[in-house]
Ligand binder design. Sequence first.
Ligand code: CMX
Length: 435
Amino acid sequence: MGHIKEKFKVKADELNVEIKDLVKNHGTRKIEDVTLAQVYQGMRGITGIVTETSLLDANEGIRFRGYSIPELRDNLPKVKGGAEPLPEGLFYLMLIGELPSEPDVQHLSSQFARRSHVPNHVFAAIDALPVSAHPMTMFTVGVMALQTESSFAKAYAEGINKKDYWSYMYDDSMDLIARLPRIAAYIYRRKYKNNVHIHPNGLLDWAGNFAHMLGYEDEGFKELMRLYMVIHADHEGGNVSAHTTHLVGSALSDAFLSFAAGMNGLAGPLHGLANQEVIKWIMNMREELDTKVPSKQQIEEYVRKTLSEGKVVPGYGHAVLRKTDPRFTAQMEFARTHLPDDELVNTVWNIYETVPPILENLGKVKNPWPNVDAHSGALLVHYGLVEYEFYTVLFGVSRALGVLASLCWDRALGFSLERPKSVTTQWMRQFVEGK
Ligand code: CMX
């Protein structure tokens, strides 16, 4: 057993004791009241899930085990000569709850390289789809095809003790994270690069190797991938992709089934697909205005037009956040260092100055500020990754780190089948009428 797996088990046993105590001695404590409106409006603000890996503050943004994104950029190990945190380190932090050492991160990098073999039938399943299929469809099909490799599903079919579920979930999660870059790169090269594929380089870190297999050798792009994989990994447990993975996993579906389900949620335009929508929207604006650098006044007019057509401004607003997303700010800082004069990036910054007051004046938008998706596309375009339909797959590869670390915790803590109560509107009517 690798030392990380052992360490995880020790941490989980400790937390299990604490949770047993909490439930035994405080199990009847009320956390909050739930209003009728909350039930109708996406359960917003209802505390109903425990997720150990990260916690979102409406004003400060996400913290992973207490560490903000700037703190992660300072404290997580980096490649030699690099400035961006390694996603392996974030995975360790989410899993173990402590910052990793350099050897911990190297161990994870080599574990991911060792577990990265993707069987041929996975590529055949992807090949069975037309090239015109959306990359996210290919991605979930690839993950589903990989489900044949689940060690949890095999062990469960043979009959295992509940106490051992976590061990198989850990191995499946490690295998899946290790293989996702290869699957994603295969989709990219099949769809956009004439089906010419690039062999993995087992000496590179997980994100660096992903960049390499996509076909991007620029060290700037590799650094971007490391940052990208860190900032998209987790956003506490209630967002659609995390919640879906957790929900499906609560039925004891294995990591592959659960993660594929979460990815179908990430593929929705109000969630992960927003990153492709942002760049599409900016490109349409450029085309319609026949300029590469629209002025702030032109942007303002285009935003008003978007709203008058009953559409949302993609990349702006959030269900929980109420200030500029620190994931947006981290990308802005990356751009200031690496590509301050890029025209598209400057347009993203001009949009940032233009959109919030307009959304604020609508009076109904709870958060007029940009989210992570408002910036990511412009950085990718700079390095030549212009195929914006692929962007959500990048988000998905990163999201695996958070939702699979969480799934390991779910199994190690023996969490129950999720099954909240639902009611009909007739029930609600009778409830308010006191019947
Ligand atoms: N542009 C225009 N209108 C917006 C808006 C935006 N960016 N954000 C919210 N609104 C509108 C809503 O559509 C809603 O209008 P109606 O009452 O007419 O239906 C109203 O403002 C209130 O919505 P809210 O409470 O502020 O926001 P929600 O929690 O319901 O939704 C979100 C959050 C992200 C779906 C929404 O802000 C949105 O659609 N944003 C654009 C899409 C986007 O960027 N999504 C990515 C989010 C990050 C991620 O998950 O990846």
